[in-house]
Design a protein around this ligand. Structure first.
Ligand code: HEC
Length: 320
């Protein structure tokens, strides 16, 4: 057995088997284990070193034993060594795969008599591996054609893609539901949940009443209960104002570093829930009259309403 496989095959095979086993069993995350744990690298180098050393030692023992043999035994040993088939099985497979081709010396027997600008055709046997791949691809094509285009049990690539898109959209919606923090000025919607409004009120009382009063009546900041808005009404504009702040020098800072997106959505919704309430000391209305479209401002999918919304937005021209 030892003589069957030369050392330049044996050493790498054993080495990479050990390497593979380590990679399989050692949990090292994304990186290969030998990079993640330098000790493994050290171990592998050691393994390689020992393997080479073993080869060297066994080789020299063989050599010494050989020298101690008498002439007839030496001859016998050499003969047996020469006889050992090297890769017999492999070369058999190779021969089989190659098939029965005419050797170059006999090619003149199978050359066809047409001649294209000096290029001649040789009618040699095709190698079986090639021929079988060809047959298999024909069978494959037939099955594919019937399955995809005739009975249509399977989806074509484009349909598959569309389905995956649809599925992905559903998953994104699901994800957004659980990850409310993803809201931004484009996706924010008016929250009407009592819990959200309560949270909004808490945030408002903690951060905003110094300027807007607890009832939203206004002080340093404008009255938030009337229909007039300096920076635009509706959830998107209010969210934007809270997130980015008001006009510079007016005192309304940007809150996006202090409040999470969901918190800004909650406090914005709370602010809007104050619409129409009567504060104790209402500040005079400032800004333009904001006209909501439909049930809520920009959240309709209806094109007509959307156009109207854009008109309304234009008259307000606030977001800069
Ligand atoms: C330091 C005082 C101050 C604090 C604190 C403050 N605001 Fe304001 N707020 C203002 C001022 C001043 C304006 C007007 C900005 C302008 O004219 O550009 C304003 C404007 C606004 C507007 C827009 C009103 C409009 O008419 O367009 C909203 C909404 C608002 N604030 C919400 C909040 C919320 C919510 C908080 C708490 C997270 C808050 N503010 C905290 C002073 C403040």
């Amino acid at each position: 057995m030892r003589n069957l496989i030369p050392s330049y095959v044996r050493v790498p095979v054993i080495f990479f088997t050990i390497f593979g086993l380590i990679e399989y069993f050692v949990d090292s995350g994304d990186k290969p284990a030998f990079l993640e744990h330098p000790i493994i690298m050290l171990f592998l180098i050691l393994v390689l070193f020992i393997l080479i050393a073993i080869e060297g030692i066994v080789g020299s023992i063989e050599n010494i034993l050989f020298q101690s043999l008498d002439q007839t035994a030496k001859d016998k040993y050499l003969a047996s060594k020469a006889k050992t088939p090297q890769f017999k099985a492999l070369s058999n497979i190779y021969e089989k795969l190659k098939g029965k081709q005419k050797p170059i010396e006999e090619e003149h027997e199978i050359i066809l008599d047409h001649n294209y600008d000096g290029i001649k055709e040789l009618d040699n046997n095709l190698p079986p591996w090639w021929l079988w791949s060809f047959y298999i691809s024909i069978v494959f094509a037939a099955i594919y054609l019937v399955r995809f285009h005739v009975i249509g049990t399977a989806d074509l690539a484009a349909e598959e893609l569309e389905k995956e898109y649809a599925q992905a959209k559903i998953e994104i919606e699901e994800y957004k539901k659980t990850a409310k923090n993803l809201v931004d000025v484009n996706t924010v919607t008016l929250l009407t949940d009592a819990a959200d409004l309560k949270a909004g009120q808490t945030i408002f009382n903690a951060n905003c009443i110094a300027c807007h009063m607890a009832d939203g009546g206004g002080g340093i900041g404008p009255n938030l209960t009337d229909k007039h808005w300096i920076l635009g009404g509706g959830i998107k504009n209010v969210f934007h104002t809270i997130s980015e702040g008001g006009r510079s020098g007016k005192g309304m800072i940007s809150w996006k570093n202090d409040l999470k997106p969901i918190e800004m959505a909650q406090v914005a919704s709370y602010v809007l829930s104050l619409q129409g309430t009567t504060p104790a000391n209402p500040k005079e209305a400032e800004g333009d009259l904001w006209q909501p479209v439909g049930t809520e401002d920009q959240n309709s999918n209806d094109t007509k309403t959307e156009n109207e919304t854009i008109e309304v937005e234009n008259t307000v021209t606030v977001i800069d």
